[in-house]
Design a protein around this ligand. Structure first.
Ligand code: GTP
Length: 414
């Protein structure tokens, strides 16, 4: 959320500078949201970001209707009716978008969701074109006529709806914890601020631009994560490793790590527990390997890059990583355990059964880059050979290529 909030605060600074722009510059600024919106739509489709696509369309439709129909005073009944209705329509549609699960884009998905967003705006645009809106003024309920707090222009109903949408967005963010959900919350708040400060000049251009920039950043960051971050463990993946090794220079040590007897975990406890083990190993390695970077190489294999370190220094850190994992009490959760942690504890106490713990160990093969290595692949190959040696010598140990065998270590902690 923090970069988004900073971006929005930056908006306040930019707004104070907008008065100095010439008329032509202000006109040109008006083209920015459609351009950014078009770009965001292309990127959302390319990177399968359905909910961000719908939010872009929601924001863009709102902006276009404001630009086309709301450029004169709100004291005109037609304008007031349109403004009041739009300030309900936007949060209502965001509320709908919040609840949609992210399942990627398909033409069926688009046919099901896109008309919901566009039809509301189309309805008000047709009504405005046919001069019907002013006739609805007398029928407006009090909740839409009375402003929540002077001098802000949001009605009581609009404030309530924006508050509900923001709150639900925050709750969903708490559970799903995705970047897209954070982006949706910030955009809802930004548009609420835009409508509340609607009388300020260029406010709709500025807020729409900032909202679309935020969507673009989110889509790009999400696609970066998809390409470089391993979804299960949250560690950088193989592609990120290749990038790191390309820029690691000539002085580094590389460690190949493999979980011992991992197949047995899967066979005994199931694939889900296997995944839990992978997550635990990843997070413990990340914490213990201070000064080095951990990657998921693939399957149950990890790689540690010790930049600027020789094998002697690297094996000290590798040993710390290995002993930390060997000492970690991996709790195996019963598939039938209750969701609630407290209930689970009570049940175990009653049955006199404690939660199963399993010992997880890893083997590590290390290789320092020397002149003899043609490229990083040669270093990986040799580290793999050291790993193979560690497995053959009984597992749960670290072996370094250039350190004499007596220095091969096996921890007393295991
Ligand atoms: N749960 C889970 N299992 C995986 C994943 N990727 C690979 N595996 C499993 O990891 C196991 C790897 O086993 P092996 O390479 O035979 O070796 P091992 O059992 O770890 O034994 P040693 O390496 O000889 O100590 C296989 O059963 C794979 O199915 C994953 O993402 N999740």
């Amino acid at each position: 959320m923090i970069p988004g909030i900073i971006l929005m605060l930056l908006g306040l600074v930019i707004h104070s500078q907008l008065h100095d722009l010439t008329f032509i510059q202000q006109q040109l600024l008006g083209y920015l949201p459609p351009l950014l919106g078009g770009l965001a739509i292309i990127l959302c489709i390319s990177f399968n970001q359905g909910r961000l696509l719908l939010t872009t369309v929601n924001l863009l439709c709102l902006f276009l209707l404001i630009q086309n129909q709301l450029q004169s005073s709100l004291s005109q009944p037609a304008n007031f009716v349109l403004f009041s209705c739009l300030s309900l329509l936007f949060p209502l549609l965001q509320l709908f978008i919040n609840f949609i699960p992210e399942r990627g884009l398909s033409s069926r998905w688009l046919i099901r969701h896109l008309p919901v967003i566009v039809s509301g705006y189309l309805f008000f645009w047709v009504a405005a074109q046919n001069h019907l809106l002013s006739d609805w003024f007398d029928g407006l309920p009090m909740g839409l006529i009375q402003m929540y707090s002077d001098p802000y222009l949001l009605s009581q109903w609009a404030v309530s709806l924006f508050a509900v949408t923001t709150l639900l967005g925050l709750i969903i963010l708490w559970f799903r914890a995705t970047l897209a959900d954070a982006c949706l919350v910030i955009i809802t708040v930004t548009i609420a601020a835009m409508l509340a400060l609607f009388s300020k000049s260029s406010i709709s251009v500025l807020c729409s631009t900032l909202g679309l920039v935020l969507i673009l950043f989110t889509v790009l960051f999400n696609s970066y994560s998809m390409a470089f971050i391993d979804e299960l463990t949250g560690l950088p993946g193989r592609r990120a490793l290749e990038n790191t090794l390309r820029s690691a220079g000539r002085h580094y040590t590389l460690g190949m790590v493999d979980i011992d007897h991992f197949k047995k975990f899967n066979d005994t406890y199931g694939h889900d527990v296997g995944d839990q083990v992978l997550k635990m190993v990843a997070s413990q390695m990340k914490q213990a390997a201070r000064g080095a970077t951990v990657f998921r190489y693939g399957g149950e294999e990890f790689t540690i890059v010790f930049k600027g370190m020789d094998e002697v220094r690297a094996i000290e850190i590798a040993e710390k990583v290995r002993t930390t994992i060997a000492a970690y009490p991996m709790r195996i959760r019963d598939k039938n355990r209750p969701e609630n942690e407290k209930q689970g504890r009570q049940l175990r106490q009653r049955s006199g059964r404690s939660e199963d713990t399993a010992e997880v160990t890893i083997s590590i093969g290390l290789c320092e880059k020397t002149r003899a290595h043609k490229d990083s692949q040669a270093v990986i190959k040799q580290a793999d050979e050291a790993l193979y040696l560690a497995k053959r010598q009984g597992r749960n140990r670290s072996v370094a290529c250039h350190i004499a065998q007596p220095r091969t270590r096996r921890a007393a902690t295991s």
